[in-house]
Design a protein. Structure first.
Length: 163
């Protein structure tokens, strides 16, 4: 049986998925500024005024993303955590994070690195911009699952430094 989660090296298939999701969000790591163009089927939330990783609102927002990904990702489909040029994770969201299961690897809200959680085809996922402290959620299905709760937790009408 395939394990529910495994580390992925930044090479081969993981690199292909990384390039696909970076293109989906228009992310430009090479500029050194982390510029991006949020896709039309996305929304952004600012989390910079919260108390950091230990803030209950951050934990609640992570739970909302996990629930949304489980609802949108087909059984047997994997989610990929990607951080540019760093090793990440690939995992089955239906087999992690629940009672008796391994913990959910990765996070949607970026702490010290730019971070993606995405499907292999980049049709839906998240992008955490650690400099702007902005969470981008993309894909209509995922947005429908999480937007209301994220608006309640993080506030609506997100601003960003420019993208």
């Amino acid at each position: 049986m395939t394990p529910p989660a495994r580390h992925s090296l930044y090479n081969g298939e993981a690199g292909r998925i990384a390039r696909l999701c970076e293109a989906r969000v228009g992310f430009d790591y090479e500029s050194g500024r982390g510029r991006y163009r949020a896709p039309a089927d996305s929304d952004r939330w600012f989390y910079g005024l919260l108390g950091g990783r230990d803030d209950p609102a951050i934990a609640a927002a992570e739970s909302v993303i996990e629930r949304g990904l489980r609802a949108c990702v087909r059984p047997g489909e994997w989610v990929y955590e990607h951080r540019p040029y760093l090793n990440g994770w690939e995992f089955d969201p239906h087999r992690v994070g629940g009672p008796g299961q391994p913990s959910w690897p990765g996070s949607a809200i970026a702490d010290e690195e730019f971070q993606f959680l995405t499907t292999a085809d980049a049709r839906l996922g998240t992008f955490g911009h650690h400099v702007e402290q902005t969470l981008v959620v993309f894909g209509e299905d995922l947005l429908a699952q999480v937007a209301e709760d994220l608006n309640r937790l993080l506030g609506g009408g997100t601003w960003a430094f420019g993208s």
